[in-house]
Design a protein around this ligand. Structure first.
Ligand SMILES: CC(C)=CCC/C(C)=C/CC/C(C)=C/CC/C(C)=C/COP(=O)(O)OP(=O)(O)O
Length: 207
């Protein structure tokens, strides 16, 4: 196994100690890679590849990276209020905020307004864009799950499906990630397991 992802992860944690803002998505992606993409790269070889998969390995590594990134982006979008309030961290590209007519102050200010459960139209539009990007990362990961060793597929599909539902929950909260914490109910989690099992047993992307 390659040592590099382990080194990169330590570097990501070091970086998080002092870095509080991200100017571009490339910068944020680098953070996501270091703290989460690396987890995909580390766990994929442990889980193993299905012996019937004859394609190139980099395709599977790319999918593992994508799942780590998707999880991290989702985690970030869920915790915007908490990260700003408790840690003075904004894990959102400033460039994107500006593009949607928002500033850092909109994020910092919103967390101090007592819970009203209402966000601005600008914030809604901004969040829709961020959620679409996270969903794209989940989509990029999907084909890779099919190439994993059979036993690994159910848990990985479960994690993917469950984590992705946090994005749906943010939408349900009308994009208010300042005063509400998006979560997936236990019933929904249970209901997702048979769906994950079906996908694990019937891989759609082979070759
Ligand atoms: C798809 C293929 C081929 C393989 C799967 C490879 C895997 C398992 C990828 C997933 C990697 C993973 C579980 C990343 C974790 C990312 C994550 C949400 C980290 C959260 O970390 P913190 O930011 O510390 O969380 P808190 O904010 O909750 O403290």
């Amino acid at each position: 196994m390659d040592i590099q992802p382990f080194k990169d992860m330590i570097e990501g944690m070091r970086m998080d100690l002092h870095k509080t803002r991200y100017q571009t998505f490339d910068e944020l992606y680098e953070y996501c890679y270091r703290v989460a993409g690396t987890v995909g790269l580390m766990t994929m070889p442990v889980m193993g590849i299905d012996p019937s998969y004859k394609g190139p390995m980099d395709v599977v590594y790319k999918a593992a990276l994508a799942l780590g990134t998707a999880n991290q982006l989702t985690n970030i979008l869920r915790d915007v209020g908490e990260d700003a309030r408790e840690r003075n961290r904004i894990y959102l590209p400033m460039e994107d905020l500006h593009q949607f007519g928002l500033t850092e102050q909109d994020v910092l200010g919103a967390v101090h307004v007592p819970s009203q459960g209402k966000v601005s139209e600008k914030w809604r539009a901004f969040m829709k864009f961020q959620i679409a990007r996270a969903r794209q990362c989940f989509a990029d990961a999907e084909s890779g799950v099919d190439q994993l060793e059979a036993k690994a597929r159910w848990p990985v599909w479960s994690a993917l499906i469950l984590y992705r539902q946090i994005l749906d929950a943010i939408e349900k909260n009308d994009y208010d990630n300042f005063s509400q914490r998006a979560y997936v109910s236990k019933a929904k989690k249970m209901a997702s397991l048979p769906l994950a099992l079906t996908r694990a047993l019937l891989p759609q992307h082979r070759g």
